[in-house]
Design a protein around this ligand. Structure first.
Ligand code: CIR
Length: 254
């Protein structure tokens, strides 16, 4: 059974990092309730979900995706770009150690998991405000022996590569073409986000179903028209912290 590692919302979520969003109050109880729904959605798709306890001192720690890249062969513990987020990796490394051999991104390199999109053996790394080429070089050294090809991709206008593009089926990427160049992803087909829904490109793919926010009905119509199965969640509270659905889990094979 595939595993998902998640973490409860921090009570200090209102001190989260923000880059492209204006700060607005986050209702902690509502964020927790939506996070429980997200965990339930993962379970409904057959995942064994491990929920780590909240980290009161680490406002963004619910966004576990940014701390690690988990592959079938190993895991890479990342070095998040925001200083307030660097301590988040410690507990994640402990949680992953029973499952995978661990590699570590070493200073001064920086990379957030939200910037890493794996499609088969290709790993695209967003060159955003959070991630740099030094991290790409380290990932190449660790992962080339397993047959992975790592490619840097420029991303503008949003926080992470996966704010702009995610995989929604074996050969299909959901993309906002204003934030990332489609031609970087050769061999793939695309569904574009509706222009009125720029944040709609983030979906969690599990087998042949996606977990997808209810906030993007126009883009959802495009996904449905392409035959993609959808489990909806309400994720608008954590969206105020600039987080989307992929951010809240690390999913991997047992
Ligand atoms: C941050 O700025 O780091 C958090 N407030 C949001 C992180 C979202 N993570 C993700 O997209 N993978």
């Amino acid at each position: 059974m595939p595993i998902a590692i998640t973490r409860e919302v921090s009570p200090s979520i209102n001190q989260c990092e923000l880059t492209f969003h204006e700060r607005e109050p986050i209702n902690y109880e509502r964020a927790c309730e939506q996070h429980r729904q997200y965990v339930a959605a993962l379970r409904s798709l057959g995942l064994q979900v491990q929920v780590l306890p909240a980290e009161p001192e680490l406002p963004d720690s619910v966004f576990v995706e940014d701390t690690a890249l988990v592959l079938d062969e190993c895991a890479v513990i990342l070095r998040p770009g925001a200083d307030s987020r660097k301590p988040e990796t410690e507990s994640i490394a402990k949680a992953l150690a029973p499952y995978r051999k661990l590699f570590f991104i070493e200073p001064p390199a920086r990379v957030d998991g939200g910037d890493i999109l794996r499609v088969g053996k290709k790993i695209y790394v967003g060159l955003s405000t959070r991630s740099d080429t030094n991290a790409i070089e380290q990932m190449q050294n660790y992962l080339r022996p397993f047959g992975y090809e790592i490619r840097g991709v420029t991303v503008t206008g949003c926080l992470h590569l996966k704010s702009a593009v995610t995989q929604v089926a074996e050969n299909i990427l959901l993309i906002n073409p204003k934030w990332v160049d489609k031609t970087r992803f050769d061999g793939m087909n695309f569904i574009e986000t509706d222009p009125s829904e720029p944040y709609a490109a983030n979906a969690v793919l599990i087998e042949d179903t996606i977990i997808y926010p209810i906030a993007f009905p126009k883009t959802q119509e495009r996904l449905k028209a392409a035959g993609i199965q959808i489990v909806n969640v309400d994720a608008d509270e954590l969206a105020k912290a600039e987080g989307a659905v992929t951010c809240c889990s690390l999913i991997f094979k047992d």
